[in-house]
Design a protein around this ligand. Structure first.
Ligand SMILES: *[C@@H]1O[C@H](CO)[C@@H](O)[C@H](O)[C@H]1NC(C)=O
Ligand SMILES: *[C@@H]1O[C@H](CO)[C@@H](O)[C@H](O)[C@H]1NC(C)=O
Ligand SMILES: *[C@@H]1O[C@H](CO)[C@@H](O)[C@H](O)[C@H]1NC(C)=O
Ligand SMILES: *[C@@H]1O[C@H](CO)[C@@H](O)[C@H](O)[C@H]1NC(C)=O
Ligand SMILES: *[C@@H]1O[C@H](CO)[C@@H](O)[C@H](O)[C@H]1NC(C)=O
Ligand SMILES: *[C@@H]1O[C@H](CO)[C@@H](O)[C@H](O)[C@H]1NC(C)=O
Ligand SMILES: *[C@@H]1O[C@H](CO)[C@@H](O)[C@H](O)[C@H]1NC(C)=O
Ligand SMILES: *[C@@H]1O[C@H](CO)[C@@H](O)[C@H](O)[C@H]1NC(C)=O
Ligand SMILES: *[C@@H]1O[C@H](CO)[C@@H](O)[C@H](O)[C@H]1NC(C)=O
Ligand SMILES: *[C@@H]1O[C@H](CO)[C@@H](O)[C@H](O)[C@H]1NC(C)=O
Ligand SMILES: *[C@@H]1O[C@H](CO)[C@@H](O)[C@H](O)[C@H]1NC(C)=O
Ligand SMILES: *[C@@H]1O[C@H](CO)[C@@H](O)[C@H](O)[C@H]1NC(C)=O
Length: 541
C-alpha cells in the first residue's frame, strides 16, 4: 500500500471553523432525524446522548440528546444534557488502564501478575487444561485480553438463577453455585478472597498470549494489581490518578446520589444501583457526555502521561479473526475505511481506538481518532441500547471522520500549497493538493537547476517513460511524519505508483509499493532524499 499508516495531512488545528465541519454540523441532525423517523434508530424506548469533540481547539463539535417518549420516569431531573449521568459498564476498563498508566506507565506491564497477587502463585500445577498458568500471565496480558483466563466469576451464573429448572434444560440438578457476584441471582459483591478462590476453581479458556478472549475477571485482577502497586484502594488510586487531575466531577465508581441521572424504568429497576465489588474496575463506573469528552481529550492531548506513552498505548496488542478488528489495552480497535476524498471511492484506513460497555438497559462507547485528533462518545439507556449504539457509531463515523479529513485537506491547502523558490540557487518546489488523492503533491521540483523529480524517480528505480509504458501512474507525495517543533513541520516524500492494489488481493511477500518499507531508502550525506521540513510563516515568506 502506497500510504504510511496515519494521517495523510497534518491534523487540522481549527476544525471547528472549517467549512466541512460546519457542513457536517448542519447536516447531521437531519441524518439523526431520518434514522429516528424510519426506525433505523429505536424512537420509542431508547434514549441517548452523543458528543463529538476536538482535542485540537478544545471545541465540542456536536452534541445531541434524544429523550425517548416511552421511557417515562427515567429522568428525575426532567431532561438529558451533557451532565446527565449514565451507567457506562465496561467502558470502565478504559479508566482502569488509564489509572495504571498514570501511576506507573508501562513499568509493570511485563511483570507476571503473581508478583502482585501472591495467592495465585502457589497454585501453578502442570494441569494446563484445568488450571490457568498464573505465572505466565503478565499485567499486559490482562490489560489486552490475552490472559486466557475465565470471563467472570459470579456474573449471571445459571446456577444462581432462581427461575431456572436445571433438569428441565438438561443440566445436572446440583452444581457449585458461585457464592458471590452479581447479575441474575443478585448475589452480594465478592470479597477479594472469595473472588480469587472462585477464579482458581475455573479452568482457563485458552493458553496465555494465544488469542484474545474477553475477560471481566482479568480487569478485577488488574484492579487488585493497581492496589498492590500503589498501596491505595482502587478507588483512591483512580481518584488521585484520573478523577481529581481531570476534575471529572460527575464520574464515579459507585452509584451516585444525584438527580441528573437516567434510570430506565425507575431507580430501583434500572441496574443503576448494584455495586460490582471486586469487579468494579471491569464495569461499575458512571459518567456523563461531558466527562467522557474530558477523558478522551486528555488521552489525545497526553495531559496525564507523556506523549510517547500515549503513542505506545494507542497500538494494537493482538489481532482477531477479523482483519479490521484489533485489540489493545483495553482498546477495541476498528480499522475504518474512509474515502480518500469526496470524489473517489478509493479508501484508506483510519484506526478508531474505542471502548464500549453494556449493562442491562445501558450501553456506552468512547471512540478516539488520533489521525484527526477528535473523539466521540455514545451513551444510551432504555430497551435497545446495544443496537442503538451500533447504529449511532456508524452514523457518527461515516459523517465526522470524512468531515475531519476534508477539514485537514482544507487547512493543508491553505497552509502548504504554492511555489517555494530560492532564486539564488535556481531551486523551486511547487506543491499542490489534488481532488482525488491524499497528501501534498509535488507538481514540480527543480533543485539547483536540475529537474529533481526525475532524480527522485531514478533513485526509486523508475523513469517516467518506464512507468508510462507499464501503465503505472507515478507521483511524489508528501505525508506528515508527525515530527513537529515550533513552526517546523516534518513530512516524508513517498513515490507513489498507482493503481492502488485492493487490500484483499495482497499476497504474502507482495510488498510492491509498500510505503513503510521504503521510507529513507535513499540518503545523501546521511539525510534522506525523502526528508521534507516546512517552516510555517506568513504567506509569501
Ligand atoms: C418511529 O419509527 C417507526 C418505524 O419503526 C415509524 O413508523 C414512526 O413514524 C417513527 N416515529 C416517529 C415519531 O418518528
Ligand atoms: C486545550 O486544552 C489543553 C488542556 O487543558 C491545553 O493544554 C491547550 O492549550 C488547549 N488548547 C487550546 C487551543 O485552547
Ligand atoms: C409516557 O408518557 C406519555 C406522555 O406523557 C404517554 O402518552 C405514554 O403513554 C406514557 N408511556 C408509558 C409507558 O407510561
Ligand atoms: C511439573 O512438571 C515438572 C517437570 O516435569 C516438575 O519438575 C514439577 O515438579 C511439576 N510440578 C507440579 C506442581 O507437579
Ligand atoms: C423441573 O423439570 C423437571 C423435568 O421437566 C420436572 O420433572 C420437575 O417437576 C421440575 N421441577 C420444578 C420445581 O418445577
Ligand atoms: C498498604 O500497605 C500496608 C503495609 O503493607 C498494608 O497494611 C495496607 O493494607 C496497604 N493498603 C492498601 C490500600 O493496599
Ligand atoms: C470542577 O468541575 C466543577 C463542575 O463542573 C466546577 O464547578 C469546578 O469549578 C471545577 N473545578 C476546577 C478546579 O476546575
Ligand atoms: C442523597 O442526597 C440527599 C441530598 O443531599 C440526602 O438527603 C440523602 O440522604 C442522600 N441519600 C443517600 C442514599 O445518600
Ligand atoms: C463510487 O461507487 C459508487 C457505487 O458503486 C458509484 O456509483 C460511483 O460512480 C463511484 N464513484 C467513483 C468516483 O468512482
Ligand atoms: C422496555 O423495558 C421495560 C423494562 O425491561 C419493559 O417493562 C417494557 O415493556 C419494555 N418496552 C418495550 C416497548 O419493549
Ligand atoms: C485549494 O485552494 C484553492 C484556492 O483557494 C482552490 O481553488 C482549490 O480548489 C483547493 N483545492 C482543493 C483540493 O481543495
Ligand atoms: C521534469 O521532467 C518531467 C519528465 O521527465 C517533466 O514532465 C517535467 O515537466 C519536468 N519538470 C520541469 C520543472 O521541467
Amino acid at each position: 500500500n502506497a500510504l504510511l499508516r496515519g494521517p495523510v495531512f497534518p491534523t487540522p488545528s481549527r476544525p471547528d471553523s472549517s467549512k466541512s465541519v460546519q457542513a457536517a454540523r448542519e447536516a447531521f441532525p437531519k441524518v439523526l432525524n431520518e434514522a429516528l423517523s424510519t426506525g433505523l434508530l429505536d424512537n420509542s424506548t431508547t434514549s441517548f446522548s452523543i458528543n463529538v469533540f476536538s482535542a485540537s481547539d478544545n471545541k465540542t463539535l456536536f452534541s445531541y440528546h434524544f429523550e425517548a417518549p416511552g421511557l417515562n420516569g427515567s429522568l428525575p431531573s426532567g431532561h438529558l444534557n451533557d451532565d446527565t449521568i449514565y451507567r457506562i459498564g465496561s467502558l470502565s476498563k478504559l479508566f482502569t488502564v488509564y489509572t495504571l498508566l498514570a501511576k506507573t506507565g508501562f513499568a509493570d506491564f511485563n511483570q507476571p501478575i503473581t508478583k502482585y497477587i501472591p495467592e495465585l502463585a502457589a497454585t501453578d500445577t502442570n494441569s494446563t487444561l484445568n488450571e490457568a498458568q498464573w505465572s505466565d500471565i503478565t499485567v499486559e496480558a490482562l490489560a489486552s485480553q490475552l490472559s486466557g483466563i475465565t470471563r467472570d466469576y459470579g456474573l449471571g451464573d445459571l446456577a444462581n438463577l432462581q427461575t431456572l429448572n436445571a433438569t428441565a434444560v438438561g443440566l445436572p440438578a446440583n452444581s457449585d453455585a458461585p457464592v458471590c457476584g452479581f447479575g441474575t441471582g443478585f448475589l452480594k459483591p465478592c470479597s477479594r478472597k472469595e473472588y480469587i478462590t472462585g477464579l482458581l476453581s475455573q479452568p482457563p479458556l485458552t493458553s496465555t498470549y494465544n488469542t484474545p478472549i474477553y475477560s471481566n475477571a482479568g480487569f478485577a485482577l488488574l484492579g487488585l494489581i493497581i492496589e498492590s502497586i500503589t498501596n491505595q484502594t482502587f478507588s483512591a488510586a483512580f481518584d488521585t490518578a484520573i478523577l481529581q487531575p481531570l476534575n471529572l466531577s460527575r464520574t464515579s465508581i459507585l452509584s451516585p446520589n444525584d438527580t441528573n441521572i437516567i434510570v430506565p424504568g425507575g431507580l430501583e429497576e434500572s441496574d443503576f444501583l448494584p455495586d460490582l465489588g471486586v469487579e468494579d474496575p471491569a464495569g461499575s463506573f458512571f459518567s456523563t457526555p461531558s466527562d467522557l469528552m474530558t477523558l478522551g481529550r486528555s488521552i489525545l492531548q497526553s495531559t496525564l502521561i507523556p506523549a510517547a506513552l500515549t503513542r505506545r498505548w494507542m497500538q494494537p496488542h493482538a489481532t482477531t479473526s477479523n482483519p479490521l478488528h484489533l485489540v489493545g489495552a483495553p482498546w477495541e480497535i476498528f480499522r475504518t475505511a474512509i474515502p480518500i476524498s469526496s470524489t473517489t471511492n478509493t479508501t484508506r484506513l483510519v484506526d478508531l481506538y474505542t471502548k464500549s460497555g453494556d449493562v442491562p438497559n445501558y450501553a456506552s462507547a468512547l471512540a478516539l481518532d488520533a489521525d484527526h485528533n477528535i473523539g466521540f462518545s455514545i451513551l444510551a439507556a432504555g430497551n435497545q441500547t446495544t443496537a442503538q449504539r451500533g447504529v449511532l457509531a456508524s452514523l457518527l463515523a461515516n459523517t465526522w471522520i470524512p468531515a475531519l479529513e476534508a477539514a485537514a485537506k482544507e487547512e493543508a491547502n491553505a497552509t502548504y500549497t504554492g511555489t517555494y523558490t530560492n532564486a539564488k540557487t535556481n531551486t523551486s518546489l511547487e506543491i499542490a493538493i489534488d481532488d482525488d488523492r491524499p497528501g501534498l503533491n509535488i507538481v514540480s521540483f527543480v533543485a539547483n537547476g536540475v529537474n529533481f523529480t526525475d532524480s527522485i524517480l531514478a533513485f526509486n528505480g523508475v523513469t517516467p517513460e518506464e512507468a508510462a509504458a507499464a501503465g503505472i501512474e507515478v507521483s511524489i507525495r508528501l505525508y506528515p511524519s508527525s515530527l513537529t517543533e515550533g513552526d517546523l513541520v516534518g513530512f516524508r516524500g513517498i513515490v507513489e505508483m498507482l493503481p492502488y492494489s485492493p487490500l484483499s488481493t495482497i499476497a504474502p511477500f507482495d510488498t510492491w509499493g509498500d510505503a513503510w518499507l521504503a521510507v529513507d531508502g535513499t540518503t545523501y550525506g546521511a539525510v534522506g532524499i525523502d526528508d521534507y521540513v516546512f517552516k510555517l510563516g506568513e504567506a509569501g515568506s
